[in-house]
Design a protein around this ligand. Structure first.
Ligand SMILES: [Zn+2]
Ligand SMILES: [Zn+2]
Length: 172
């Protein structure tokens, strides 16, 4: 797995301690939605993934989702270059699944939109499986892999990625 530590992506420190999770039933998969540049997956463009993750953290911490989050809302983030960014990480309550749904599943974000870059490539799918396996090994995540739309009214994680989730979320 190509893990990008918080130090490596220049994450801001959380503004408060995480609520500890001892275990979850599994993982929920998310996408960024909106417009993601179609050429983000280009071999020279990974720097823009780092910028995007920093932007999402800044947005979450400044109240872009209604309340100011203590940190990026996701447990981990995966990019189309096969990299997995550490978010809140294992044994920490995420904030991305919707009220009341965060203690049941970790939240893993794919850098994928509903315009521009909309189809997950193999490197992204492998990074998602890396994140799921990491959260099982280090965070006692259970066997479930679901989409954000399971149990919450949203288009997330988009139809192409949701089809992959429903098909068993396996390596390509
Ligand atoms: Zn989502
Ligand atoms: Zn990347």
């Amino acid at each position: 797995m190509n893990l990008i530590t918080r130090a490596e992506w220049n994450a801001r420190k959380p503004t408060a301690g995480y609520v500890r999770l001892s275990a979850t039933r599994g993982v929920k998969i998310h996408y960024t939605g909106g417009s993601v540049p179609a050429d983000l997956a280009g071999p020279d463009n990974h720097d823009r993934c780092v910028d995007l993750v920093q932007d999402i953290q800044r947005m979450h911490m400044s109240g872009g989702r209604g309340e100011k989050y203590i940190d990026l809302g996701y447990s981990m983030v995966c990019c189309p270059h096969g990299n997995t960014f550490m978010g809140r990480g294992p044994h920490a309550l995420p904030a991305a699944n919707g009220a009341g749904l965060n203690s049941g599943h970790y939240a893993v974000l794919a850098l994928l939109g509903d315009s521009g870059l909309t189809e997950p490539n193999d490197d992204l799918l492998n990074a998602l499986v890396d994140a799921i396996e990491y959260l099982r090994e280090h965070g006692d995540a259970g066997r479930e892999v679901k989409g954000h739309r399971d149990g919450y009214s949203t288009s997330c994680p988009g139809d192409p990625l949701y089809r992959w989730v429903r098909a068993g979320a396996e390596r390509p």
